[in-house]
Design a protein around this ligand. Structure first.
Ligand code: ZN
Ligand code: ZN
Length: 154
């Protein structure tokens, strides 16, 4: 065998290997790409200052701006309120829109121990609905006398 004849084959193998490595690197970068927030994405905000429209001031803000604000306060125990554009107080918080009645409210407004996404106006909660589907037959106290029932709703 002549060594000179093997050379082009070796080069060919090296080229293929480099190509594969580049392809894998490219694919890898694509896989770990963080979720990009669309430029026009918005988040509902609600001012909870009772002196500001009775605590019912709602507005939309750019989601990227809001995420940047959250990142600034990531070391804090709780994210402080944003400056409300209407009253100028740091009392605006991320809110959600009720899919049933369109009411805009801050998560957890219905009180502690309740579903945070329960609408304080029409009492609809998407989480409660989802939970109800998981448990088609709710355990009732009358039907299960042998097992102790822990009532968490009190
Ligand atoms: Zn306000
Ligand atoms: Zn509602």
């Amino acid at each position: 065998m002549d060594a000179a004849k093997k050379k082009p084959v070796m080069i060919g193998i090296i080229v293929v290997c480099f190509g594969a490595a580049a392809f894998i690197t490219f694919r890898g970068r694509g896989g770990v790409k963080p979720v990009v927030i669309p430029e026009d994405a918005t988040v509902w905000m609600k001012c909870v200052n009772l002196k500001c429209n009775g605590g019912n001031t709602v507005y939309e803000m750019n989601l990227r701006e809001y995420r940047a604000f959250q990142d600034e306060h990531v070391a804090d125990d709780t994210t402080p309120g944003l400056i409300c554009p209407k009253c100028g107080k740091p009392s605006a918080f991320e809110a959600m829109k009720c899919p049933k009645c369109g009411n805009i409210f801050v998560a957890g407004e219905s009180g502690r121990g309740d579903f945070p996404d329960r609408c304080p106006k029409c009492k609809y909660s998407a989480r409660e609905e989802a939970k109800g589907k998981d448990q088609p037959d709710k355990p009732s106290k009358e039907n299960k006398p042998s097992k102790p029932v822990v009532d968490e709703l009190e």
